[in-house]
Design a protein around this ligand. Structure first.
Ligand code: SPD
Length: 342
């Protein structure tokens, strides 16, 4: 009898747990691969009694395409700088209510008021970084200092390029001495032809380049700084260089789509990310820079001023932000389609 009673209680408890879990709110996050760690996700889930579901994209254009196709389930997205401008223009972002994000005050002014959202009405910064070349110094010698190494036939099938139209066309533009944001069709054509020439040498177009570097599938990769940094943890011979012709720098932002099903919860998530101890976990995991100065107190010494995150002044001067080229975007789109179709 007693056993039967205990069994009933256990079944009721299990049903209750099952039910309450089934009723949990779900925060749907759409972001870059390797950007939100399990401890950040689980910390929020535990504290707020919700589930956090993470879906990933490989480029800003993939994110835009998904939103324009009518995806409405996302509560949080992480577009980069120029894509924030585009999403604002397309009326796809919700205005943030700062009263619900008191930790906004933790952000350094250095990362606020940028060209893509001058009053930060729609975005908060998540991380910052650069694009460059990651290479295995035990194989690639001498150490490269120019984008031209990605056209060197001796590395045929041994390197990858980002699967990202603005970054990859940007690398070719920079190699040719042009701006990342050119609106000259002849310059886009020249960059496109360079990339078509390069194509037989490229092992893969992949935005998660660290996976190829770690697996040893490539010895060199067009890569973002944090991902290169992460690769060094498994392969200490990997180095990262920003080519002398210059490259891109970026801020990846956190935004709430206008169509978000759980806007209030999304603002709580933003506020949570801006806690110094949580923000430090972002840098500890992604190896990109923190925009919350007090987060550094929670970071190990080597991550506070690492050269992958903080390039020297002369390198910084060579960097350019990607910007929204407006109607001219169709030239970038067409060039990218032609390159990928070859
Ligand atoms: N694995 C995380 C990659 C983050 C990349 N940010 C993209 C910037 C594009 N301009």
């Amino acid at each position: 009898m007693r056993h039967r009673y205990t069994l009933c209680v256990l079944i009721l408890v299990a049903l209750f747990i099952g039910n309450s879990d089934g009723q949990k709110k779900q925060l749907n996050v759409f972001t870059w691969a390797g950007y939100v760690s399990d401890d950040i996700r689980e910390g929020f889930e535990k504290e707020y009694g919700v589930n956090v579901l993470i879906d990933t994209y490989a480029s800003n254009e993939d994110l835009l395409a998904k939103l324009l196709a009518g995806a409405t389930g996302y509560d949080i997205i992480m577009p980069s700088d120029y894509m924030v401008s585009i999403l604002i223009k397309q009326n796809l972002l919700a205005e943030l209510n700062r009263d619900n994000i008191p930790n906004f005050q933790n952000i350094s002014p250095l990362f606020l008021g940028k060209y893509f959202d001058a009053e930060n009405r729609y975005s908060i910064p998540y991380t910052f970084g650069t694009a460059g070349i990651a290479y295995d110094s035990s194989v690639v010698t001498p150490a490269p200092d120019s984008w031209t190494v990605l056209w060197d036939t001796q590395y045929k099938n041994q390197f990858s390029m980002l699967d990202d139209q603005r970054e990859t066309i940007g690398a070719a533009l920079k190699m040719l001495g042009y701006s990342l944001n050119t609106t000259d069709p002849n310059k886009i054509k020249a960059a496109k032809e360079k990339l078509i020439d390069q194509k037989p040498l490229v092992k893969q177009y992949k935005s998660e380049a660290e996976e190829l570097l770690i697996a040893g599938d490539v010895v060199m990769a067009h890569c973002w700084s944090g991902d290169a940094f992460r690769a060094t943890e498994t392969r200490p011979t990997i180095r990262y260089v920003i080519p002398k012709e210059g490259s891109s720098q970026f801020i990846d932002a956190v935004c709430i789509p206008k169509s978000a099903p759980h806007k209030a919860l999304a603002e709580q998530f933003l506020n949570y990310l801006l806690r110094p101890e949580v923000n430090a976990k972002i840098t500890a995991f992604t190896k990109y820079g923190t925009c919350v100065p007090t987060a550094k107190e929670h970071l190990p010494e080597h991550l506070r001023e690492h050269k992958f995150i903080y390039p020297p002044a002369e390198v910084l001067e060579s960097l350019e932000w990607l910007k929204d080229p407006g109607d001219f975007t169709r030239h970038y789109n067409r060039a990218w389609e032609e390159i990928k179709a070859k």
